[in-house]
Design a protein around this ligand. Structure first.
Ligand SMILES: C=C(O[C@@H]1C=C(C(=O)O)C=C[C@H]1O)C(=O)O
Length: 360
C-alpha cells in the first residue's frame, strides 16, 4: 500500500471546519441512555456517535456489552439526531450485523489488530464496503502490525480508511492507562501523510482529567480528530467510568482546544528560517561530536582487545550515566531524555567495540 491523496476523501467530503469528533459512551447500556446521550451530542462538534456493543474485557466477569440489540438503539439515535453511528467489530458475525444495521463507521479494536487472523476475517467480511473503517493501534508498540491491519483492509478494496491512536499497554507504572508513544504515530504519519488519524484520549488517559491535554498534543501533531468516550453520568457508567466525560465537558473542550495553522507566513517564516539554520548548525555539531566520541570508543576497543578485557564496564558506565544526567538537569533536559540518549550512545559504543574485538 502506498500513500495516496484519495485516502483522505471520506474526511474531506465531511466538509468540517473543525477536527472530526466521534463521541459517545464506552458501552451502550440501555435504549434511554443511548438516546439521551445522542440528543446531548446533537448540538456539539460530534459528527459521529460511538457506542460499544460487544466489549472485549481484559478479564471475564465484567459487563461484556448488550450485544446486537444495541444496534437498534444506535439506529434510532441516528434517525432522531442525524448523527452518523459507529461501533467496534471483532469478528465476521459482528461485521454482518453492523452492516445490516447500516452502521456508518466500524472500528477494529486494539486487541483485534494484534491478530492478523481476526483482521483478515473482518477484512473479508467487509470486502468492498463503502463504510468508514478505522483501525486502532495494536496493544503492543508495533507500527508494522498496525499498518498491516490497514493494508489487509485496503487489499479487500475498502477505501474509506483511517487509524485510531489509543496508546500502548505497558507494565510500567505511568500516569496514563496506555503509553501514548507519540513517535510511533508520527512515524505512521510520515509513511502515510494522507491516512486520517484520530486520537483516542480516553484510552490513553484512563482518567478524565488528562483528556484535554492529550487532545491538545494530538492536534499539535496534526491529528485529524478525536474519538472520545462521553456519558451523561460518567461515574455511573457500566464500563470505563473514570475516563468518560460529559457531553457538556466535550462541548467546552472543543471550544478551548487550540487549532494551529499548518504553516505560517511572511515575517514568521523569516524568523523561523533563522532559528532553523541555528538548529542545523547545532545538529551537525552533535553528529560530528558523536562521531568523535565513537572514535575514542574504538581506541578503547583496540586496547581492550590487546589486553583481553571485557567490553562492558558497568562501574564506568554508571558513572557516565550519572554525570550526564546531572549535567542534563543543569541544562533543563529531563532525566528521562538524558537517560534514553545516554543509553543509545552507550549501545552504539558497545557495538563499535564489539566489531573491533570480534575481528581476528
Ligand atoms: C568506552 C568504554 O566501554 C564501554 C562504553 C562506555 C561508554 O561509551 O561510555 C562505558 C563503559 C563501557 O561499558 C569504556 O570502558 O570506557
Amino acid at each position: 500500500m502506498e500513500n495516496d491523496k484519495t485516502l483522505r476523501n471520506w474526511l474531506t467530503e465531511m466538509n468540517l471546519d473543525h477536527p472530526l469528533v466521534i463521541a459517545g459512551p464506552c458501552s451502550a447500556e440501555t435504549e434511554e441512555q443511548v438516546l439521551h446521550i445522542a440528543h446531548q451530542l446533537k448540538d456539539s462538534d460530534a459528527t459521529v456517535m460511538r457506542a460499544g456493543i460487544w466489549k472485549p474485557r481484559t478479564r471475564p466477569g465484567n459487563f461484556e456489552g448488550v450485544g446486537a440489540i444495541g444496534l437498534e438503539w444506535l439506529k434510532k439515535a441516528k434517525k432522531e439526531t442525524g448523527l452518523m453511528i459507529a461501533t467496534e467489530v471483532a469478528n465476521k458475525t459482528h461485521v454482518d450485523l453492523a452492516l445490516k444495521a447500516d452502521v456508518d463507521v466500524l472500528w477494529i479494536g486494539a486487541r483485534s489488530t494484534v491478530s492478523p487472523f481476526i483482521v483478515q476475517e473482518i477484512a473479508d467480511a467487509l470486502q468492498g464496503t463503502d463504510k468508514i473503517v478505522l483501525v486502532k493501534n495494536p496493544v503492543n508498540p508495533d507500527l508494522a502490525l498496525w499498518l498491516g491491519g490497514v493494508e489487509r483492509l485496503y487489499a479487500a478494496n475498502i477505501k474509506n480508511l483511517g487509524v485510531i491512536h489509543r496508546g500502548f499497554s505497558t507494565y510500567e507504572k505511568i500516569k496514563y492507562r496506555n503509553n501514548p508513544e507519540w513517535q510511533i504515530a508520527i512515524d505512521l504519519q510520515n509513511r502515510f501523510p494522507d491516512l486520517p488519524i484520530l486520537v483516542d484520549p480516553s484510552h490513553i488517559a484512563g482518567a478524565r482529567n488528562l483528556i484535554f491535554d492529550i487532545c491538545q498534543t494530538a492536534l499539535d501533531l496534526n491529528y485529524d480528530g478525536m474519538i472520545v468516550e462521553t456519558h451523561h453520568t460518567p461515574d455511573k457508567a457500566w464500563s470505563d467510568a473514570a475516563q468518560q466525560i460529559t457531553p457538556e465537558f466535550l462541548k467546552q473542550m472543543t471550544i478551548d482546544l487550540r487549532i494551529r495553522k499548518k504553516h505560517g507566513a511572511g515575517e514568521f517564516n523569516e524568523k523561523l528560517n533563522v532559528l532553523r539554520s541555528k538548529i542545523d548548525v547545532i545538529d551537525n555539531q552533535i553528529i560530528d561530536f558523536l562521531g568523535k566520541r565513537m572514535g575514542v570508543a574504538d581506541e578503547i576497543g583496540e586496547l581492550k582487545k590487546e589486553n583481553n578485557v571485557a567490553i562492558l564496564q558497568p562501574e564506568r558506565w554508571n558513572n557516565v550515566l550519572n554525570k550526564l544526567t546531572l549535567k542534563g538537569e543543569k541544562n533543563q533536559l529531563s532525566k528521562d531524555f538524558v537517560e534514553r540518549l545516554t543509553k543509545a550512545i552507550h549501545e552504539e559504543s558497545i557495538a563499535h567495540q564489539h566489531k573491533i574485538i570480534s575481528q581476528y
